[in-house]
Design a protein around this ligand. Structure first.
Ligand SMILES: Nc1nc2c(ncn2[C@@H]2O[C@H](COP(=O)(O)OP(=O)(O)O)[C@@H](O)[C@H]2O)c(=O)[nH]1
Ligand SMILES: [Mg+2]
Length: 296
């Protein structure tokens, strides 16, 4: 299983230079150089300006690394752990995002996690937009060993979601992970399908979907935030799953999530394998960004 430190190599290569290889000719980076590095890893500009000012201030409290860590930790906010509990009724979690962000893989990884916690998951393949959309998740359900309800291409996604909740109630599942078709946040008809799916699930199980998680591809950096804001306007998000942290040099965008969306980051994808999903942990994330860079 991939770990934080290995996964964040690319972002650290940019970010970590602030302290390690950032000492040019034996001197510490000047504020402009530091600003450029932080911006390159997609740390939000507002935060970069504040941090650089503070780092440079004669009234700075603590080492520069301490100041930076404290500011970054504040920007991330407290780590929120998702609780895996067996439920009297299925807890329905809908996964949204643009094409290729990692929704299907994440649904499978979550089902595997639920099984590992002694819970009974159901996977719902409601990506009826593409021929392989639902069958891809069906294969995953066979691999991880859990129930599956899906629909063929062209089927009504809301109907598929309804059927999955119905089956999950009957089979007494603890969780339903509803994989959805990838959609661009700018395409109105497809975006309109999301509230319709929610209404369909609610008809069968009041309260469903209990959670709506946006799956964000870390390699998109700040663009991922723009997408999430638009989805959030159509269906209010309750959590973020960040994928492909392992391939991204722009993981600094995560420092925008609390300020821009005020939604917790719950899980992080650190690789393609079914076990490469870990609970998001703010301290581990920040530690992995700094590496063993020590300063002053
Ligand atoms: N490296 C890496 N690849 C991932 C991760 N999550 C998903 N992928 C890959 O991203 C691609 C698209 O994933 P998929 O789940 O089909 O995206 P979807 O279109 O949102 O359903 C696949 O090749 C996945 O293996 C991750 O955390 N790390
Ligand atoms: Mg998919």
């Amino acid at each position: 299983m991939a770990g934080w430190f290995g996964a964040l190599t690319k972002t650290r290569n940019v970010f970590g230079k602030v302290f390690t290889r950032g000492k040019k000719d034996g001197r510490i980076l000047d504020p402009d150089e530091m600003e450029e590095l932080l911006l390159r890893s997609d740390v939000p500009a507002r935060l970069v300006m504040e941090m650089v000012d503070e780092l440079d201030s004669p009234f700075r409290r603590g080492t520069r690394e301490e100041v930076l860590r404290k500011r970054l930790a504040e920007a991330l906010g407290e780590t929120r752990l998702f609780e895996w509990t067996a439920n009297a009724e299925p807890h329905v979690i809908m996964l949204l995002g643009v094409n290729g962000s990692g929704k299907t893989t994440t649904a499978a990884k979550l089902a595997k996690k639920a099984l590992g916690q002694g819970c009974k998951p159901m996977l719902c393949g409601s990506d009826t937009f593409r021929a392989a959309g639902s069958s891809q998740l069906k294969l995953w359900s066979e691999r991880v060993g859990c129930d599956f309800v899906g629909g063929a291409m062209g089927h009504d996604a809301a109907g598929v979601a309804f059927n999955a909740v119905d089956a999950a109630l009957e089979k007494r599942c603890d969780f339903v992970f509803v994989d959805t078709a990838g959609r661009m946040h700018t395409k109105t008809p497809l975006m309109d399908e999301l509230p319709k799916m929610c209404r369909a699930m609610k008809k069968r199980l009041p309260g469903a979907p209990h959670d709506v998680w946006m799956v964000l591809d870390a390699s998109l950096g700040q663009n991922a935030i723009i997408q999430a804001k638009q989805f959030n306007e159509v269906v209010p998000l309750t959590g973020i799953v960040v994928t492909k942290l392992d391939g991204s040099s722009k993981a600094g965008f995560l420092f925008s999530v609390k300020h821009e969306l005020n939604v917790p980051i719950l899980f992080a994808g650190l690789g393609e394998g079914e076990d490469d999903l870990v609970p998001f942990n703010a301290d581990e994330f920040i530690d992995a960004l700094f590496g063993d860079a020590a300063e002053e």
